[in-house]
Design a protein around this ligand. Sequence first.
Ligand code: ADP
Ligand code: MG
Length: 387
Amino acid sequence: MCLLTAFCLFLSALSLRGCKKEETPSSSGKESGEARETGETGEKGEMGETAPALQEDIIGDVAVTKKDGLTYAEVDVYAMTTTMQLKAYGDRAPEAVQAAAEEIVRLDRLLSVGNPESEIGVINAEGEGKVSADTLAMLKKAGKVHERSGGALDISVYPMMELWGFTTEEYRVPSQEEIDSLLPLVDQDLMEIEEREEGALVRLAEGQGIDLGAVAKGFTSDRVAQIFRSYGLESGLIYLGGNVHCLGSKPGGADWRIGIQDPGNSAGIVGVLAVSGKAVITSGAYERYFKDEETGKTYHHILDPATGCPAETGISSVTIVSPDGTLADSLSTACFVMGLEKSVEYWREYGDDFEMIIMDDEGLIHLTEGLEKSFTSEGHKVKIIYR
Ligand code: ADP
Ligand code: MG
C-alpha cells in the first residue's frame, strides 16, 4: 500500500472511530462503537487493529489553533499497530507534538516484534542482542511486575501468542500438546540480562521469544509526557490506542474527564474518571479476540503464562491509574491475568503509586479507595476496595 493511501485510510479510520476515551462523558465511547466491527474476528474496527502487520508508521500534519487563550496543537500518529493522538497546550505545543510523534516512531522501530531489525526483532531471531537504555528500562520494570505478580506478566509469552495466531491474525485454537510443548519456554526468568558498561546484553533460552506489547505503550506515554514538559508545557492529553495519559490538568486547572470504556458494549462507557497528571491504562478481553467457528467460543489476546491460554479470571477489564505509565501498562495486563482477589492483594502490598478500576463479568465495578471521589459510574454498581 502506498504511503499516501495508507495515510488516507488512517485518517478516515480516525475520523470514523473517535477515541475510545474522551475528555467528556457526552462524547466518549459513542462514536467509537458505531465505527467498530463486531464480526467473526473481534479486533476493533479501526485500522490500528485490523491491518497492522505491514503498516508503516505515519505521522500526520500538526494542526495548530487557539483554545482557552493558549496555543493548542494536535497530531495523529499511526504506530505500534494502533492509532494515536497527541494534544497539547502552550506556546511551544506545535514543536512538542512533532518531537513527541517522532520519538514514538523511533521507539516503535526499537521495539517492534514484526521488524527483524528492531532490538526485540534481533533478540528473537538470534537468541541474543544488545539493548538500549530505553529497552532495558522496560525490561527491568516488566521484570519487577513479573516477580511481584507471581509471573502473571511474562514478556516471554510471545511464542504462545504466535501459536494462537495473534501475531499474524491467522487465528486458531491450538491443541493441548502444542501448548504443553511451548509452555516451559514461557518463563522470563530463563532470560538473562547482562548489564555492561557498553550497554546491556539480553540472552534468551533456546526457543524463547519476547514481546514488550504489554508495556511499550505505557513507556511511550511517559516519554511523550516528558517531552511535553521539556517544551515547557503543563497541559496535554496523550491517547495511545485506547490508553490515555494526562499531562497536568486542563488549561485553567480543572481535571481531565476520561471515559472508561464498557468492555461489554463498545458503544458505551462504564463511568468517567476526573484526573490530572496520570496515565489511565486499560486491558480488556474486548481489545483483540477471535471466535472459534466450530464452538462459538471467543479467545482474547491476554494469555495466562501458567496455562498458555487466554486468561479467564472472571473479570472483563482492568484500568490502572498511575503517574507512572509504564507501571500502569504492565499492571493492567498483570492484573487482568491475576483476577480480582490477587490484584487487590497486589494493590494492598505495593499500591502506593497506583489505583485500579476492575470490572467483573457480572458488571460490578471494583474501585480502589483512592478513586472513590474521582470516579462517577454510569449505571453500574460500584464496590469500594479499602486498604
Ligand atoms: P493492549 O496493548 O492490547 O492495550 P495489554 O497492555 O494488556 O493490551 O497488552 C497485551 C499484549 O501483551 C498482547 O497483545 C501480547 O503481545 C502481550 N501479552 C499477552 N499476554 C501477556 C502476558 N501474560 N504477559 C505479558 N505480555 C502479554
Ligand atoms: Mg498492558
